[in-house]
Design a protein around this ligand. Sequence first.
Ligand code: 6MZ
Length: 373
Amino acid sequence: MDWWVSMPKVELHAHLNGSIRNSTLLELAGELGEKGTINFSDVEHVILKHDRSLREVFKLFDLIHIITTDHKIVTRITEEVVEDFAAENVVYLELRTTPKCALVHKRNDSIGMSKQSYMEAVVEGLRAVSTVEVDFGSHDLSTPADSSAISDKGNGSQRKKIHVRLLLSIDRRETTTAAMETVELALEMRHLGVVGIDLSGNPTIGEWATFLPALKFAREQGLSITLHCGEVPNPEEIQAMLSFLPGRIGHACCFEEDEWSKLKSSKIPVEICLTSNLRTETIPSIDVHHFADLYNSKHPILLCTDDSGVFSTSLSNEYSLASSSFGLGKAEMFQLARDAIGFIFANDVVKEELVKIFASAARNLDSWPQSCT
Ligand code: 6MZ
């Protein structure tokens, strides 16, 4: 495991509220239990449970959203999530989250949250990180100050560095108007590291046509798009999503022959979330996971966690799992991690920095197979 942790990695599919530490979630649930907002003993086993169906996962998200509907908590969880990814040598993180409003949230103290104030709390969380230097895009338009994974603080001491960019998620429960509001907010927040839009949420809810106007507008305005695609069987929607040519898609679990060939000719990169797919049983077992076919046919793919808190995983664990399940060595896995640089939504300045970080890691990693240097 140490080796997978020490390898630099790029994480492009991580939902903020799905990546909360269990310890934090239990602590926050305990506080709400004391206030009588929730019944802690009902909630505790739901948080600690590991195997849940896709339906149960979305019930858990509803519970998490009750627990995290407070600006201070949003700031805290953002800070912790970034610190956790940085601690396992994620050098570039695209963190996605659904801007939320809770105008009158009677069940806790958080009266008066807007989509904008929610996102401000997220950005506050990026600023609050202290264990690692966070670059979230403020120098994108100028020359990068430092292109290593370690930054010099100017007084001789050095700190690790992580690049973080934000994707705003549209929840499939939302209306066209609400989706458009999220896109407008993303446009206003581009100077704060927002680079794109994600479509996510319960895949059995909502229609593609509802979100299309907002997604088209986002793309016209220069935002990148990633779509949760094919988490459940829905050939018509999958075809429409692939025709839209998003920058990336997530999951691609329930594809039929026609959809595979359309995907492969489109070359749209696929965000693969192994543990998530297995836990939610959207894929019955690892030996039939489409990772193998896509990898062997050299289709662009990248490994991601999806919800590291909800599924008790980490990006290092996903690399370890892929390596042992598909018989891939350290050299191949390092190459897979490095190839993800090509699929990030940040600009070429950041890409060049990441290329240098991986080149330097290739020279320094212990027990490094000769073929990689
Ligand atoms: C679809 C998912 C998801 O946005 O509140 N989300 N949507 N499929 C998945 N696979 C299991 N995992 C997470 O993070 C939680 C939200 O992300 C989406 C859901 O809309 C969930 O409510 P944020 O930070």
